[in-house]
Design a protein around this ligand. Structure first.
Ligand code: ATP
Ligand code: MG
Length: 236
């Protein structure tokens, strides 16, 4: 069998917020293979969202380098980073960040209007992208015919979370980032949501990076990265 491709490579990474006297993150070396399901675990304020923002190029490392899909993102210009992110990342934000004045379907389609690469990937898979979005909604356990034209503001938190997941999954980006998307759900709903997410990332061999403070979720994943091991306190 072929060796799995490397998806994320971090080398000698240090991150310190401007004006702070201490490094928040220190990661000498980290490699994540394509298709892996990674759990980033740490308390509130430990730096999970900061790390995810470094991986997507929203933040720039203070020192060191990050490569995504064999491309260095550490010295890339902002405009290039924005299009790289739109092409290769599906992001489920901590607060979902759904657009309230758009319908469910319009929200899900949004990434395809920001990225020709993702649009053509979606069209390659199935020429009717609307139908494809309906299929994703169904796979995530939603009544797709009932929900697709509704407004975001009419939906429950659990429904909004699955719409946010559908928006991240459409067009099969190589990397799905999920920043604490389950904090508002009860234990059963959390596990159910993660199972649905796993089914979807398996179909496209996407890498899943999932951050949460809830250690009970760790056993579901291939590998756990405790934030304690990624902070400067640990490495000094
Ligand atoms: N824009 C910013 N400027 C300066 N410091 C920041 C900024 N954003 C976050 N921090 C600090 O960085 C640290 C890590 O924050 P981060 O949001 O990454 O934590 P987190 O693990 O995602 O927490 P939570 O579980 O509450 O989402 C915190 O001490 C926070 O105060
Ligand atoms: Mg956070």
């Amino acid at each position: 069998m072929d060796k799995p491709k490397q998806c994320i490579q971090i080398s000698q990474l240090v991150f310190r917020w401007p004006g702070s006297h201490n490094d928040l993150l220190s990661i000498p070396k980290l490699t994540i293979e394509q298709g892996a399901k990674i759990f980033i675990h740490g308390a509130s304020g430990s730096g999970k969202s900061t790390l995810l923002n470094l991986l997507t190029g929203v933040l720039t490392p203070t020192q060191g380098s990050i490569s995504i899909l064999d491309q260095s993102i550490s010295h890339t210009k902002k405009a290039q980073l924005d299009s790289f992110r739109a092409n290769h990342f599906g992001i489920i934000f901590q607060q979902f960040n759904l657009i309230p004045y758009l319908t469910v379907m319009e929200n899900i389609m949004l990434p395809l209007s920001f990225s020709k690469h993702r649009l053509s990937k979606a069209q390659e898979y199935k020429s009717d992208i609307h139908h494809q979005a309906m299929e994703i909604l169904e796979s995530l356990g939603l009544d797709e015919h009932n929900i697709s034209n509704r407004n975001i503001t009419e939906l429950s938190t659990g429904q909004q979370q699955r719409i946010a997941a559908a928006r991240a999954l459409i067009g099969a980006p190589e990397i799905i980032i999920a920043d604490e998307p389950t904090s508002a759900l009860d234990a059963d709903a959390k596990h159910g949501f993660i199972d649905l997410l796993f089914n979807e990332v398996k179909k496209t061999n996407s890498t899943l990076i999932f951050a949460s403070h809830d250690h009970t979720l760790a056993t579901m994943f291939d590998r756990t990265l405790p934030m304690d091991n990624l902070t400067s306190a640990h490495s000094s």
